[in-house]
Ligand binder design. Structure first.
Ligand SMILES: C[S@@+](CC[C@H](N)C(=O)[O-])C[C@H]1O[C@@H](n2cnc3c(N)ncnc32)[C@H](O)[C@@H]1O
Length: 163
């Protein structure tokens, strides 16, 4: 019984401590994830970063299309789930367990996020500081960057370009 309680406590801890660093876990709907990838219009071999990649839904969709995908995830349980469920795409998909705010992000073609309004300005600053060799597309599910006009908006998806 006490062993079960300890496991339960650890699971709750994994899902709750992330709120000190970013958005809590809530998976994006499959149709929105598909739509985001369609809007990003990436070719095979291009790279997408999912900042806060949760259970790896976007990573799997990207892997299926032979798009290189790197997910950053803080919750160790979700890291493990996304690692296991993307293993068949391991030549294209990588899961990095850690805090994406403290990582130097690699050159990429696109970024997908599903965060919270209070992190959008900080995200904008982080993306502006990236060393890019070409334009970077950002699709944000549900939340826009305050004071920055999206290139376009479709349903719940905000599309931005960083040059
Ligand atoms: C709203 S969920 C989105 C999950 C996934 N992108 C999706 O759309 O299905 C946000 C995710 O970001 C993770 N997260 C929050 N802050 C983070 C941080 N600073 N670094 C890495 N992951 C973080 C959470 O654990 C959670 O899984």
């Amino acid at each position: 019984m006490s062993y079960l309680l300890l496991v339960l406590f650890l699971v709750i801890l994994c899902f709750s401590f992330v709120i000190f660093f970013g958005a809590p876990y809530l998976p994006v709907m499959s149709n929105s994830a598909n739509q985001a990838l369609e809007l990003l219009n990436l070719s095979e071999g291009q790279t997408i970063l999912d900042l806060g990649s949760g259970g790896g839904k976007v990573l799997r969709l990207a892997g299926r299309k032979k798009i290189r995908a790197i997910g950053y995830e803080l919750n160790p349980i979700l890291c493990l789930i996304s690692y296991l469920t993307t293993i068949r795409y391991k030549s294209n998909v990588k899961v990095i367990c850690g805090n994406f705010w403290s990582k130097e992000l690699p050159d990429a073609d696109a970024v997908f996020v599903f965060l919270l309004p209070k992190y959008m300005k900080k995200l904008d600053g982080k993306l502006k500081r990236m060393k890019l060799s070409h334009d970077l597309k950002l699709v944000s599910f549900a939340f826009e960057i305050p004071g920055k006009k999206p290139y376009f908006k479709k349903d719940n998806l905000f599309f931005y370009l960083y040059r």
